[in-house]
Design a protein around this ligand. Structure first.
Ligand SMILES: NC(=O)C1=CN([C@@H]2O[C@H](COP(=O)(O)OP(=O)(O)OC[C@H]3O[C@@H](n4cnc5c(N)ncnc54)[C@H](OP(=O)(O)O)[C@@H]3O)[C@@H](O)[C@H]2O)C=CC1
Ligand SMILES: O=C1O[C@H](COP(=O)(O)O)[C@@H](O)[C@H](O)[C@H]1O
Length: 491
């Protein structure tokens, strides 16, 4: 990484600095960007939370976090020390006007005044407005100061509106960076490159050639330490409203006029607005929700969701939907979206199934070509193609796979999504963040599903932990002559 990739010196103030997200994702992400040469030594990361800690104790926690969440080979003592020198801590209740704001303003005013100032809200979203108001009242929101908002932006359209309006009173929209870490994933951004830099794909990227699209984010983990949050959210709000719809937008959008933020966001919001509303019978035929029951993952017995919680719950840990994008490009193409906890394997992928060739040339009908964009892990592409069977003289066809593994091919470590996004906020580069109207359009589309599920219109299915989900989701695709990808191509 050359010096010109280095960002301007910054003061990054993280609210929620003792929390899971900061420890597991944010601090390691800053550290990796220090290693890559993008973070200048004068940058400061100022953690704040209510816990009464002094700087040295917080630095100790930051060191432990790096030890735990950075690959052992990347934990380099001299670099860790350099990093910890950038780390400060202020004990502060961000929601209270009479808290220790002088501690934070003192630290900010004693540093160089040309630093880019970023506030990162890694706390519960119901604090965002109060924290913004206090920052403003204490004169800390400079003209150029940015604020990064963690998800969830609300639990529905009304609450999203409250948060956006609340923060919008104190920060200009173009200084508000709503994070969706899926957009920070390299292979999600690759959808743009694949579609628009390769005529081979651009030429066939429509319902004329594509039969269906599947977008999957499968996890093996359960709700871990986040049960209190997750049980009030569920998979639809936690993953579909934001991450999976964002991925769908990149797959389905019309070519943007440029890669400027507003051009890309305009193209995405047009997709969200073109999603056919799920209503009436489609709520039962095209949506599946489920909860995991006890099962086995990686040869370990795991408990069911309700056993983990210790009480009854109507919260889904599995979602599968059949969406349609009402544009000429995507007429009659189903977009199957699926996400869940405690599935067979951790994998996020986009599967494009093409229409099979219409030809009588061969003894059997050729199978559909399939392109799998492996978002994670093992970032790369797989093509499923038909070739001639080398052991047959009558032109029998055989499946062949072409696999590309980006990591080994480019000889790079695939970075965590937060690395890119944290520094994009410093750069003032918003293309990989969400504009307010996108959040709202996404909530509008999921609203009827939330409502139907809340009033029990769609029964709660069950699936064994370690499986690929409930039978109802298999049946939903079978109804349209489709099959989930793993049932065909994976053992
Ligand atoms: N963890 C994750 O993987 C993900 C989290 N998120 C989002 O990030 C945010 C944080 O999540 P997570 O880290 O898991 O949550 P945690 O509960 O682990 O951490 C919450 C943090 O907020 C601090 N805090 C709470 N109240 C206040 C206050 N009034 N003033 C200042 N600090 C306060 C807490 O410290 P203290 O008690 O000392 O004040 C703690 O540091 C949430 O919005 C969550 O939805 C989003 C995606 C993934
Ligand atoms: O935002 C969230 O994402 C994670 C999954 O992210 P990934 O990068 O590991 O695919 C999910 O576990 C969490 O529940 C959700 O809040």
């Amino acid at each position: 990484m050359t010096a010109d990739k280095q960002v301007k010196p910054f003061d990054y103030v993280v609210f929620g600095a003792t929390g899971d997200l900061t420890m597991r994702k944010l601090l390691p992400a800053f550290y990796y960007r220090l290693l890559s040469g993008e973070v200048p030594d004068s940058a400061r990361i100022i953690g704040t939370a209510r816990s009464p800690l002094d700087r040295a104790t917080y630095q100790g926690r930051a060191r432990d976090a790096l030890k735990r969440f950075v690959a052992p080979a990347d934990f380099k003592e001299a670099q860790v020390e350099r990093f910890l020198n950038m780390v400060y801590y202020v004990s502060l209740d961000g929601s209270k006007a009479d808290s220790n704001w002088e501690g934070l303003s003192g630290l900010l005013s004693e540093g160089p005044q040309d630093h880019v100032r970023v506030f990162y809200f890694a706390t519960a979203p119901n604090l965002y407005e109060a924290v913004s108001a206090n920052l403003h009242a204490k004169g800390l929101v400079t003209d150029d100061a940015r604020v990064v908002l963690e998800k969830p932006i609300g639990t529905d359209l009304a609450t999203a509106d409250e948060i956006n309006t609340g923060v919008g009173k104190f920060f200009k929209e173009n200084n508000i960076f709503r994070i969706d870490h899926y957009l920070g994933k390299e292979t999600v951004q690759d959808v743009i490159a694949l579609r628009f830099a390769n005529p081979l794909l651009s030429a066939v990227w429509s319902g004329d050639y594509i039969k269906s699209v599947q977008i999957t984010a499968a996890e093996t983990v359960g709700v871990e330490g986040r049960a209190a949050y997750y049980d009030t959210s569920g998979a639809l709000r936690d993953m579909v409203q934001n991450h999976l719809l964002q991925v769908l937008c990149l797959v389905a959008m019309e070519p943007p006029a440029s890669l400027e933020a507003d051009a890309v966001r305009d193209a995405k919001v047009a997709v969200l607005k073109s999603l056919r509303p799920l209503a009436g019978d489609r709520l039962t035929s095209d949506t599946v929700r489920g909860q995991y029951v006890a099962g086995e993952i990686n040869e370990e017995n795991v408990r069911g969701y309700l056993e983990e919680l210790g009480h009854a719950s109507n919260t889904e840990t599995y979602v599968a939907l059949r969406a349609e994008v009402d544009t000429p490009r995507w007429k009659n193409v189903p977009f199957y979206i699926r996400t869940a906890k405690r599935l067979h394997r951790k994998v996020s992928e986009i599967v494009i199934t093409f229409k099979p060739a219409e030809t009588n040339l061969f003894p059997q009908a050729p199978k559909a070509n399939v392109l799998v964009i492996r978002v994670q892990p093992d970032e790369g592409l797989t093509w499923h193609l038909s070739v001639k069977d080398p052991q047959d003289d009558s032109f029998e066809l055989r499946d062949a796979t072409m696999d590309t593994h980006f990591g080994p091919q480019f000889k790079v470590r695939y970075p965590d999504a937060y690395e890119r996004l944290l520094l994009d906020a410093v750069r003032g580069y918003p293309v990989l963040f969400i504009r307010r109207d996108e959040v709202e359009a996404a909530w509008r589309w999921v609203a009827p599903i939330m409502e139907a599920w809340a009033n029990g219109t769609v029964p709660m299915s069950q699936y064994a932990a370690g499986s690929w989900g409930p039978e109802e989701a298999t049946a939903m695709l079978a109804e349209h002559g489709d099959t989930w990808h793993e049932a065909i191509h994976r053992q």
